[in-house]
Design a protein around this ligand. Structure first.
Ligand code: ADE
Ligand code: ZN
Length: 330
């Protein structure tokens, strides 16, 4: 089976962490970072070995963020991300970004300008590559509530170009419940809700998944991998038909799963959890989605039928409109 060519749907990819390497290398000198040699590039921009924890990984993202310093660059990067996804066999792509993170330190760019640049890049790529792309807006957990509220307003005001709302960053120490009213409001306005929950290997991780469903109205969970530790959470995910956006390599690099050879993907799939396959931050993790398919095939024995099953789940639960995703998938 040619995994690169296999048609794929990806629900969980961060725009800020998916920048094409040649573009990083071209722009790095302009932000005062060295990427002349492979060693320099890897040191400044890549994570290829597990870090201490998710927090350390999130900190490392700050350098790539500096690249987004003009509207034209934001548009170019978005277009290239879609083109790269197309070359990985991805026909339907949900791309997410955090407006607060993207514009941080870029004083001349506001949310609106950044978003319009992203939409331009995305729309051009949809046309050029005959693919369906949907944008998710992220609230950073570390945001004060007034900022989170303004991001919610921004997402709702742009619900013609956002398909959903997400909550990301480190869970530990950042309770999701205070964000409940924002997510309920977004849901009422018609946005899809997915939440990063149960990602890191921390004591309450399985409970965070249930909180995302109960208090934030999530109908999908970003990662959720720690559910494997609690059969009652697994049962609820199955009963409520809530899919997981699983990202195996990301889990290994953030320390969420300690043993590369022991990811619970297949165990969860075999138990009946709705599993989907994503790359999370492919630019910085030096992977693409095909790499995740290869990993699942080679280490866990997933077959073409399993991949079809996962993509069917992703299709059914994608927040992109049925017409648009059907046109791109058929
Ligand atoms: N933002 C980007 N990648 C993330 C991850 N793996 N977990 C939480 N927030 C993120
Ligand atoms: Zn993520």
């Amino acid at each position: 089976m040619n995994l690169k060519k296999l048609p794929k749907i990806e629900l969980h990819r961060h725009l800020e962490l998916s920048v094409r390497h040649s573009t990083i290398k071209a722009l790095a000198p302009k932000i005062g970072l060295k990427a002349d040699t492979d060693e320099e590039f890897a040191k400044n921009f890549l994570i290829t070995e597990p870090m201490k924890d998710l927090g350390s990984v999130l900190n490392k993202f700050l350098d790539t963020q500096k690249l987004f310093y003009t509207e034209d660059i934001i548009e170019q990067i978005t277009y290239e991300i879609c083109e790269d996804a197309h070359n990985e066999g991805i026909k339907i792509l949900e791309l997410r970004y955090a407006p607060t993170f993207l514009v941080m330190g870029h004083d001349k760019i506001n949310f609106e300008q950044a978003h319009l640049a992203i939409v331009r890049g995305m729309k051009k790529a949809e046309k050029d590559f005959n693919m369906a792309v949907g944008l998710l807006c992220i609230i950073q957990r570390i945001s004060p509530l007034d900022v989170a509220e303004s991001v919610t307003d921004f997402a709702i005001d742009h619900k013609d170009t956002f398909i959903g709302l997400d909550l990301a960053d480190n869970e530990e120490g950042f309770d999701s419940k205070p964000f409940s009213s924002f997510f309920m409001r977004a849901k009422k306005a018609g946005l899809g809700i997915t939440v990063h929950a149960g990602e890191s290997d921390v004591p309450n991780a399985p409970r965070y998944i249930l909180e995302a469903i109960e208090h934030l109205g999530a109908t999908r969970i970003g990662h959720g991998v720690q559910c494997y530790r609690d059969e009652s959470v697994i049962k609820q995910l199955i009963d409520k038909k809530i899919p997981l956006e699983l990202c195996p390599t990301s889990n290994w690099l953030t320390g969420a799963i300690k043993d590369k050879d022991n990811h619970p993907f297949k165990t969860l799939m075999d138990k009946g959890v709705l599993t989907t396959i994503s790359s999370d931050d492919p630019g910085i993790f030096n992977i693409d989605l095909t790499h995740e398919y290869e990993l699942l095939q080679n280490k866990y024995g997933l077959t073409e039928k399993d991949f079809e099953h996962c993509n069917k789940i992703a299709f059914d639960h994608s927040f992109i409109s049925l017409d648009k995703k059907t046109a791109a998938w058929s």
